[in-house]
Design a binder for this molecule. Structure first.
Ligand SMILES: Nc1ncnc2c1ncn2[C@@H]1O[C@H](COP(=O)(O)OP(=O)(O)O)[C@@H](O)[C@H]1O
Ligand SMILES: [Mg+2]
Length: 256
Protein backbone atom coordinates (compact mmCIF):
# COMPACT_ATOMS: atom_id res chain seq x y z
CA UNK A 1 0.00 0.00 0.00
CA UNK A 2 1.85 3.07 -1.14
CA UNK A 3 1.76 6.22 0.96
CA UNK A 4 3.49 9.23 -0.52
CA UNK A 5 2.83 12.95 -0.47
CA UNK A 6 4.76 15.30 -2.71
CA UNK A 7 4.60 19.07 -2.90
CA UNK A 8 6.27 20.59 -5.93
CA UNK A 9 6.96 24.31 -5.69
CA UNK A 10 3.66 24.93 -3.93
CA UNK A 11 2.75 28.52 -3.17
CA UNK A 12 -0.41 29.41 -1.24
CA UNK A 13 -1.91 32.86 -0.85
CA UNK A 14 -4.84 33.74 1.40
CA UNK A 15 -6.34 37.19 1.06
CA UNK A 16 -3.32 38.42 -0.90
CA UNK A 17 -0.90 37.23 1.80
CA UNK A 18 1.60 34.48 1.03
CA UNK A 19 1.12 31.81 3.70
CA UNK A 20 3.19 29.09 1.98
CA UNK A 21 6.01 30.39 -0.20
CA UNK A 22 7.27 27.92 -2.83
CA UNK A 23 7.50 24.74 -0.80
CA UNK A 24 8.79 21.44 -2.16
CA UNK A 25 8.52 18.43 0.12
CA UNK A 26 8.40 14.65 -0.18
CA UNK A 27 6.91 12.52 2.58
CA UNK A 28 6.90 8.75 2.36
CA UNK A 29 5.37 6.16 4.65
CA UNK A 30 5.07 4.21 6.72
CA UNK A 31 6.12 6.31 9.67
CA UNK A 32 5.22 9.38 11.67
CA UNK A 33 6.01 12.81 10.27
CA UNK A 34 5.44 15.74 12.61
CA UNK A 35 4.83 19.23 11.28
CA UNK A 36 5.64 21.77 13.98
CA UNK A 37 5.46 25.54 14.04
CA UNK A 38 3.97 28.33 16.16
CA UNK A 39 0.28 29.22 15.98
CA UNK A 40 -0.46 30.96 12.69
CA UNK A 41 2.63 29.49 11.00
CA UNK A 42 0.59 27.74 8.30
CA UNK A 43 0.26 24.13 9.50
CA UNK A 44 -3.49 23.92 8.91
CA UNK A 45 -3.09 25.73 5.58
CA UNK A 46 -0.49 23.13 4.56
CA UNK A 47 -2.82 20.25 5.48
CA UNK A 48 -5.79 21.80 3.70
CA UNK A 49 -3.62 22.28 0.63
CA UNK A 50 -2.56 18.61 0.71
CA UNK A 51 -6.26 17.66 1.02
CA UNK A 52 -7.06 19.71 -2.10
CA UNK A 53 -9.28 22.03 -0.03
CA UNK A 54 -7.07 25.03 -0.84
CA UNK A 55 -5.85 25.55 -4.37
CA UNK A 56 -2.28 26.89 -4.46
CA UNK A 57 -1.53 29.83 -6.75
CA UNK A 58 1.31 27.79 -8.17
CA UNK A 59 2.82 24.31 -7.93
CA UNK A 60 1.33 20.83 -7.73
CA UNK A 61 0.38 18.45 -4.93
CA UNK A 62 0.76 14.73 -5.66
CA UNK A 63 -0.55 11.94 -3.47
CA UNK A 64 0.58 8.44 -4.36
CA UNK A 65 1.57 9.82 -7.73
CA UNK A 66 -1.86 11.31 -8.45
CA UNK A 67 -2.28 15.02 -8.96
CA UNK A 68 -4.71 16.17 -6.24
CA UNK A 69 -4.06 19.92 -6.52
CA UNK A 70 -7.29 21.67 -5.56
CA UNK A 71 -9.12 18.33 -5.79
CA UNK A 72 -10.44 17.13 -2.41
CA UNK A 73 -12.32 14.22 -3.93
CA UNK A 74 -9.15 12.61 -5.31
CA UNK A 75 -7.09 13.45 -2.20
CA UNK A 76 -9.86 11.93 -0.07
CA UNK A 77 -9.44 8.57 -1.80
CA UNK A 78 -5.94 8.23 -0.37
CA UNK A 79 -5.99 10.23 2.85
CA UNK A 80 -7.98 10.08 6.07
CA UNK A 81 -8.14 13.65 7.43
CA UNK A 82 -8.87 14.71 11.00
CA UNK A 83 -9.27 18.51 11.06
CA UNK A 84 -8.40 20.58 14.11
CA UNK A 85 -11.04 19.93 16.77
CA UNK A 86 -11.99 23.61 16.92
CA UNK A 87 -13.22 23.24 13.31
CA UNK A 88 -15.59 20.40 14.22
CA UNK A 89 -19.20 20.94 15.25
CA UNK A 90 -19.65 18.47 18.11
CA UNK A 91 -23.22 19.64 18.80
CA UNK A 92 -24.44 17.69 15.80
CA UNK A 93 -26.99 15.15 17.15
CA UNK A 94 -25.32 11.86 16.27
CA UNK A 95 -23.67 9.06 18.22
CA UNK A 96 -20.02 8.11 17.89
CA UNK A 97 -20.97 4.89 16.08
CA UNK A 98 -23.25 6.73 13.65
CA UNK A 99 -20.51 9.24 12.92
CA UNK A 100 -18.03 6.50 12.03
CA UNK A 101 -20.63 4.55 10.01
CA UNK A 102 -21.59 7.68 8.09
CA UNK A 103 -18.01 8.01 6.91
CA UNK A 104 -18.46 4.69 5.10
CA UNK A 105 -22.01 5.08 3.88
CA UNK A 106 -21.17 8.49 2.40
CA UNK A 107 -18.08 7.13 0.71
CA UNK A 108 -19.37 6.28 -2.75
CA UNK A 109 -16.04 5.58 -4.41
CA UNK A 110 -14.54 3.05 -4.17
CA UNK A 111 -17.64 1.04 -3.21
CA UNK A 112 -15.68 -1.38 -1.11
CA UNK A 113 -18.12 -1.59 1.74
CA UNK A 114 -21.75 -1.40 0.80
CA UNK A 115 -24.07 -3.53 2.84
CA UNK A 116 -25.28 -2.30 6.21
CA UNK A 117 -23.80 -5.31 8.08
CA UNK A 118 -20.39 -4.69 6.45
CA UNK A 119 -20.56 -1.03 7.41
CA UNK A 120 -21.58 -1.85 11.00
CA UNK A 121 -18.76 -4.36 11.39
CA UNK A 122 -16.08 -2.03 9.98
CA UNK A 123 -17.23 0.84 12.21
CA UNK A 124 -17.21 -1.39 15.31
CA UNK A 125 -13.67 -2.53 14.45
CA UNK A 126 -12.42 1.03 13.98
CA UNK A 127 -13.98 2.13 17.29
CA UNK A 128 -12.37 -0.87 18.96
CA UNK A 129 -8.98 -0.05 17.40
CA UNK A 130 -8.99 3.42 18.97
CA UNK A 131 -10.34 2.15 22.28
CA UNK A 132 -13.71 3.90 21.90
CA UNK A 133 -16.07 0.91 22.06
CA UNK A 134 -17.30 1.82 25.55
CA UNK A 135 -18.81 5.11 24.47
CA UNK A 136 -19.71 4.18 20.89
CA UNK A 137 -23.42 4.76 21.51
CA UNK A 138 -23.11 8.10 23.29
CA UNK A 139 -23.99 11.30 21.44
CA UNK A 140 -20.77 13.00 20.40
CA UNK A 141 -21.81 16.15 22.29
CA UNK A 142 -21.42 14.17 25.55
CA UNK A 143 -17.86 12.98 24.89
CA UNK A 144 -14.73 14.45 26.46
CA UNK A 145 -12.11 16.06 24.19
CA UNK A 146 -9.99 12.90 24.21
CA UNK A 147 -12.97 10.64 23.53
CA UNK A 148 -14.16 12.78 20.63
CA UNK A 149 -10.65 12.88 19.20
CA UNK A 150 -10.48 9.08 19.23
CA UNK A 151 -13.85 8.83 17.53
CA UNK A 152 -12.72 11.30 14.84
CA UNK A 153 -9.58 9.20 14.30
CA UNK A 154 -11.80 6.10 14.03
CA UNK A 155 -13.89 7.90 11.42
CA UNK A 156 -10.73 8.72 9.42
CA UNK A 157 -9.27 5.23 9.56
CA UNK A 158 -12.45 3.16 9.14
CA UNK A 159 -11.85 2.77 5.39
CA UNK A 160 -8.17 1.92 6.00
CA UNK A 161 -6.53 4.78 4.08
CA UNK A 162 -2.76 4.46 3.53
CA UNK A 163 -2.25 8.05 4.75
CA UNK A 164 -3.62 9.94 7.76
CA UNK A 165 -3.39 13.70 8.32
CA UNK A 166 -4.13 14.68 11.91
CA UNK A 167 -4.26 18.38 12.71
CA UNK A 168 -3.33 19.09 16.37
CA UNK A 169 -4.99 15.86 17.52
CA UNK A 170 -4.08 16.18 21.20
CA UNK A 171 -4.34 19.94 21.75
CA UNK A 172 -7.78 19.75 23.35
CA UNK A 173 -7.09 16.69 25.50
CA UNK A 174 -6.20 16.39 29.20
CA UNK A 175 -2.66 15.10 29.94
CA UNK A 176 -3.63 11.45 30.64
CA UNK A 177 -5.80 11.16 27.52
CA UNK A 178 -3.05 12.89 25.56
CA UNK A 179 -0.49 10.15 26.15
CA UNK A 180 -2.96 7.48 25.09
CA UNK A 181 -3.81 9.21 21.83
CA UNK A 182 -0.09 9.77 21.12
CA UNK A 183 0.53 6.04 21.62
CA UNK A 184 -2.37 5.27 19.30
CA UNK A 185 -0.91 7.59 16.64
CA UNK A 186 2.51 5.95 16.99
CA UNK A 187 0.92 2.53 16.55
CA UNK A 188 -0.96 3.60 13.42
CA UNK A 189 2.26 4.99 11.95
CA UNK A 190 3.87 1.55 11.85
CA UNK A 191 1.57 0.69 8.92
CA UNK A 192 0.65 4.07 7.43
CA UNK A 193 2.11 7.43 6.63
CA UNK A 194 0.77 9.52 9.51
CA UNK A 195 1.36 13.27 9.33
CA UNK A 196 0.53 15.11 12.50
CA UNK A 197 0.54 18.89 13.11
CA UNK A 198 1.56 20.28 16.49
CA UNK A 199 2.42 23.73 17.82
CA UNK A 200 4.35 22.02 20.62
CA UNK A 201 7.69 20.69 19.33
CA UNK A 202 8.26 17.96 21.92
CA UNK A 203 5.02 15.99 21.93
CA UNK A 204 5.68 13.50 19.12
CA UNK A 205 9.48 13.76 18.99
CA UNK A 206 10.15 10.30 20.34
CA UNK A 207 7.96 8.61 17.73
CA UNK A 208 8.75 10.75 14.67
CA UNK A 209 11.02 9.71 11.85
CA UNK A 210 10.90 13.21 10.39
CA UNK A 211 10.13 16.62 11.83
CA UNK A 212 9.22 19.44 9.50
CA UNK A 213 9.38 22.90 11.05
CA UNK A 214 7.18 25.46 9.33
CA UNK A 215 6.70 29.16 9.72
CA UNK A 216 5.29 30.60 6.51
CA UNK A 217 7.20 27.92 4.58
CA UNK A 218 9.42 24.99 5.56
CA UNK A 219 12.20 26.29 7.78
CA UNK A 220 13.83 23.02 8.84
CA UNK A 221 13.29 19.33 8.12
CA UNK A 222 15.11 16.26 9.38
CA UNK A 223 15.17 13.59 12.07
CA UNK A 224 14.30 14.78 15.61
CA UNK A 225 17.92 14.60 16.78
CA UNK A 226 18.89 17.18 14.15
CA UNK A 227 15.86 19.44 14.17
CA UNK A 228 15.14 19.77 17.87
CA UNK A 229 18.13 21.97 18.49
CA UNK A 230 17.09 24.78 20.83
CA UNK A 231 19.03 27.42 18.93
CA UNK A 232 17.57 26.43 15.57
CA UNK A 233 14.05 26.20 16.99
CA UNK A 234 14.35 29.54 18.77
CA UNK A 235 14.92 31.16 15.37
CA UNK A 236 11.62 29.78 14.11
CA UNK A 237 9.61 30.16 17.30
CA UNK A 238 10.89 33.62 18.10
CA UNK A 239 9.22 34.81 21.26
CA UNK A 240 7.54 31.51 22.14
CA UNK A 241 10.52 30.53 24.25
CA UNK A 242 8.50 28.50 26.72
CA UNK A 243 7.66 25.99 23.99
CA UNK A 244 11.29 25.69 23.03
CA UNK A 245 12.40 25.18 26.64
CA UNK A 246 9.72 22.56 27.14
CA UNK A 247 10.83 20.78 24.01
CA UNK A 248 14.45 20.72 25.09
CA UNK A 249 13.38 19.42 28.47
CA UNK A 250 11.44 16.60 26.79
CA UNK A 251 14.32 15.72 24.51
CA UNK A 252 16.75 15.70 27.45
CA UNK A 253 14.49 13.52 29.56
CA UNK A 254 14.18 11.01 26.71
CA UNK A 255 17.94 10.89 26.27
CA UNK A 256 18.45 10.34 30.00
N1 LIG B 1 -9.67 31.33 5.86
C1 LIG B 1 -8.73 32.22 6.19
N2 LIG B 1 -8.94 33.53 6.04
C2 LIG B 1 -7.97 34.44 6.36
N3 LIG B 1 -6.78 34.10 6.85
C3 LIG B 1 -6.52 32.81 7.03
C4 LIG B 1 -7.47 31.78 6.71
N4 LIG B 1 -6.91 30.60 6.99
C5 LIG B 1 -5.68 30.86 7.46
N5 LIG B 1 -5.45 32.18 7.49
C6 LIG B 1 -4.21 32.84 7.94
O1 LIG B 1 -3.13 32.04 7.53
C7 LIG B 1 -2.14 31.99 8.53
C8 LIG B 1 -1.81 30.55 8.86
O2 LIG B 1 -2.92 29.98 9.51
P1 LIG B 1 -2.98 28.43 9.86
O3 LIG B 1 -2.62 27.66 8.66
O4 LIG B 1 -4.30 28.19 10.48
O5 LIG B 1 -1.80 28.32 10.93
P2 LIG B 1 -1.57 27.20 12.06
O6 LIG B 1 -2.41 26.02 11.73
O7 LIG B 1 -0.10 26.91 11.99
O8 LIG B 1 -1.94 27.82 13.37
C9 LIG B 1 -2.69 32.77 9.73
O9 LIG B 1 -2.09 34.05 9.72
C10 LIG B 1 -4.15 32.87 9.46
O10 LIG B 1 -4.64 34.08 9.97
MG1 LIG C 1 -3.81 25.00 12.79
Amino acid sequence: MSSRIELRDVEVEIGGEIIIPRVSLKLEGPGLVTVIGPNGSGKTTLFRTIMGLIKPVRGRVLVNGRDVTGNPETAGRHIGYVPQLSAFNSEFPITARELVESSLSLRLKPPRLRTPPEIRRAAAEALEAVGASDYADKPISRLSGGQLQRVLIARALVWDPPILLLDEPVSAIDPAGKMEVIELIAKLSTRKLVVVASHDPGVYARHSKLIVVVNRGVRLAGPPSEVLDPRKLAEVYGDSVILVEKCVHLVDSHAA
